[in-house]
Design a protein around this ligand. Structure first.
Ligand code: ATP
Ligand code: MG
Length: 242
């Protein structure tokens, strides 16, 4: 069964229409990418799904968002995290700078049963990101941008999610860290994690994802397997540098 289905979704901020009736879906165990230029509506699509964090919540005017076949438009954001096991790594990271790496990870378990022994899960994150292990007791604001991005992913994992939604995780990372992060995402996916990846770096995203959608000013203009999109002349011209 389809895990997540976005159907004819129309979203507005005030009177500005950000999404013009888009459709996309994610199957369990897939990596799906949504690519597009600045202002295309990528972040809006994610916030419509998670509504976390809600600075200026985009308003769904029509259409639906289905999770395992059921509409989640009326599901409170806290339930989205707790019951649907879906976690967002937001644009710009939003980690707590005055807390240590470890404290950020511990805090992420807030919605979970505190009787669980999380030690194996913390260890798994430190295995995935050895740099974080070395900096466990360091204040997060003193981490480099790339390390903060790793922490943001680690924190999402500590919610106990099975479906990870990432908003431009490669932003601001040096190439070597980008590739590291994408390798880690691949590994997580091989261990069973479903991933929806928002990216401006179409080349990188399509080399990781199974399928993709191209978003242009609030509309899906191309879709298909990653292989098909990589070979699509228009996608090549507009998003892959020729
Ligand atoms: N809080 C807001 N209030 C009004 N308009 C908004 C708001 N947030 C986004 N928009 C508008 O909605 C459209 C889609 O924005 P969105 O942030 O989803 O784009 P994006 O694809 O994530 O872009 P980027 O790659 O720059 O992050 C843009 O035209 C943007 O100006
Ligand atoms: Mg964005």
């Amino acid at each position: 069964m389809t895990l997540l289905a976005v159907e004819n979704l129309v979203v507005k901020y005030g009177n500005i229409q950000a999404l013009h009736g888009i459709n996309f879906h994610v199957n369990p165990g897939e990596i799906v990418t949504l690519i597009g230029a600045n202002g295309a509506g990528k972040t809006t699509s994610l916030y419509a799904i998670t509504r976390l964090p809600p600075p200026e919540a985009p308003r769904v005017v029509s259409g639906d968002i289905l999770f395992e076949g059921n509409s989640i438009l009326k599901t409170p954001p806290s339930t989205v995290v707790k019951d649907l096991k879906l976690a967002l790594v937001p644009e710009g990271r939003h980690i707590f700078g005055n807390l240590t790496v470890m404290e950020n990870l511990v805090l992420a378990t807030y919605a979970r049963d505190q009787k669980i022994d999380f030690s194996k899960e913390y260890q798994r994150i430190f295995d995935l990101f050895p740099r974080l292990a070395e900096r466990k007791d360091q204040r997060s604001e003193s981490l480099s941008g790339g390390e903060q991005q790793m922490l943001a992913v680690g924190r999402a994992l500590m919610t106990g999610c099975t479906f990870l939604l990432l908003d431009e995780p490669s932003m601001g990372l040096a190439p070597v860290l980008k590739y590291d992060l994408f390798r880690t995402l691949k590994r997580l996916n091989e261990e069973g994690m479903t991933i929806l990846l928002i990216e401006q770096n179409a080349n990188l995203a399509l080399h990781l994802a199974h399928r993709g959608y191209v978003l242009d000013t609030g509309e899906i203009v191309a879709e298909g397997t990653a292989e098909k999109l990589l070979g699509n002349p228009e996608v090549k011209k507009a998003y892959l540098g020729g």
